[in-house]
Design a protein around this ligand. Structure first.
Ligand code: JFZ
Length: 451
């Protein structure tokens, strides 16, 4: 009797569990409500571009300190919040900026339309704190959108969630507790209105959110905003800084199922190899996001190899410049970017439209692949020979240096022994091309030693 009872109870429990677990009562995933609605085709197109320009700009360039963060720190709030009255970048030329991006081989551009300091670079009907209140009075965002269209560069916008300037947003980066007089629901109405305004006026290809990590913002608000925006523009691409889960500057493992958005955003570092979830690293050309006088810039090799390492991990690079207070991008930055573009003119086939792998990146080389080619990127020009694990079931028909001669490759005991010429064709970064008898995308990932 007791046995029959427990058996019966068991069955009831199982049925009960089946009903309620599917109806969400047991759902543990706090973001079970989120589903990216951006198609694979749209994301594939975005990821095939590989290289974009990030631009951090605003009145803060008059002080040369970091955008947003220096407010109330290096620059007193009373000074920071009045800088817009002097912001008059008379040498701003949207065509010049977009041409700089184009000459660098970049395919898209993302402008900080509104950063944490709350100042809007476009004329907004929903705030007084915008470019029309400055002596400049020109629609920077609008001019950039137009120039991008003209030069066939995808136009994208950075938009911060947190706004330390808006009285309705409860946090002000001043170490104080959230302001009880602030009104988050009013604040959300404002940002929804602003986002509708920019989508209507500038038709951005992608929106790059930020500043969602503070306590007033929740994942549910992020999901609601994502769905609202996709309702306004179905194919809009949206980064993952609408929800709390992100790689950013952290080195913890992230749970991709918890992300709210279409792609991850590792910050100031090359993202981890990932063939499943799209990602884009944002990295500065110098040490600061906004313009810094006499900033230390990356070397040309660091710039190019940052892009190579990103593509090798199957990600995009959003490379940041901070234009000066007069509206120009520093000449030495323009020159560096141009040299990246010159390298890409020769080696672009090994970056654009490729996938990462099959070799996992290491300190000596990394690889990308497309159709029946594997591109092995060699980080050091003094390398003389290379031993690589061979691909199984695939034949190498030809091996050669891109922009150079063919090289000798011998296969023994499951390894390729490659002899490189003493003089490699490129002084910055070289590419060895392996032409295969099959499509390279079918090759499983290979962990190769740094030898
Ligand atoms: C954010 C911004 O604050 C920064 O100014 C820049 O725009 C960058 C692209 O994004 O950077 C962050 C993001 C997250 C943290 C710190 C800075 N964080 O989690 O501590």
């Amino acid at each position: 009797m007791y046995r029959i009872m427990t058996k019966y109870l068991q069955q009831v429990l199982i049925i009960w569990f089946l009903i309620f677990s599917t109806s969400g009562v047991f759902a543990q995933d706090k973001n079970a409500g989120f589903r990216s609605t951006t198609s694979k085709e749209i994301m594939d197109e975005f990821m095939s571009m590989r290289f974009g320009m990030f631009i951090h700009w605003g009145p803060v360039t008059l002080r040369g300190t970091e955008i947003g963060w220096s407010r109330g720190h290096e620059v007193p709030v009373s000074d920071y919040d009045n800088l817009y009255k002097e912001f008059n970048p008379v040498l701003f030329n949207a065509d010049e900026w977009v041409k700089t991006a184009k000459d660098a081989g970049m395919k898209y551009l993302t402008i900080t339309s509104k950063h944490h300091d709350g100042f809007c670079l476009w004329p907004s009907e929903h705030t007084e704190y915008d470019i029309m209140a400055s002596p400049f009075k020109k629609d920077i965002v609008g001019e950039l959108a137009k120039a991008c269209k003209k030069h066939d560069i995808k136009f994208c916008m950075y938009f911060t969630i947190l706004d330390w300037h808006d009285a309705n947003y409860p946090v002000h980066n001043d170490g104080k507790a959230p302001d009880p007089d602030a009104d988050m629901s009013k604040f959300i109405v404002t940002i929804k209105n602003q986002l509708k305004e920019v989508i209507t006026n500038y038709d951005p290809y992608m929106l790059w959110f930020d500043g969602q990590w503070e306590s007033p913002w929740t994942d549910d608000m992020g999901i609601d905003l994502y769905n609202y925006l996709k309702g306004l523009k179905k194919d809009l691409i949206i980064n993952n800084r609408l929800g709390k889960e992100m790689t950013a500057i952290h080195s913890k493992e992230v749970d991709y199922r918890k992300m709210v958005g279409d792609f991850d955003t590792p910050e100031q570092k090359v993202g981890n190899f990932n063939l499943d979830f799209p990602w884009e690293s944002c990295i500065t050309i110098g040490t600061q996001w906004a313009w810094k006088p006499n900033d230390k810039l990356k070397t040309l090799q660091e710039c190019i190899q940052t892009l190579i390492k990103t593509a090798s991990g199957n990600g995009n690079l959003l490379f940041n410049v901070g234009p000066m207070m007069d509206g120009r991008i520093e000449q030495r930055q323009v020159d560096l970017l141009k040299q990246m573009g010159d390298w890409l003119k020769v080696y672009g086939e090994s970056i654009y439209g490729t996938k990462g792998g099959p070799y996992m990146p290491n300190s000596i080389f990394s690889s990308t692949r497309k159709d029946n080619k594997v591109f092995v990127h060699l980080f050091d020009a003094s390398i003389e020979k290379l031993i690589l694990p061979a691909f199984s079931g695939v034949k190498v028909l030809k091996s050669s240096l891109m922009n150079g001669k063919s090289v000798q490759l011998k296969e023994t005991d499951g390894k390729y022994f490659i002899k490189l010429p003493s003089q490699l064709p490129d002084s910055v970064s070289n590419v060895l091309v392996l032409e295969l008898d099959k499509n390279a995308n079918g090759i499983p990932i290979i962990h190769a030693e740094s030898k």
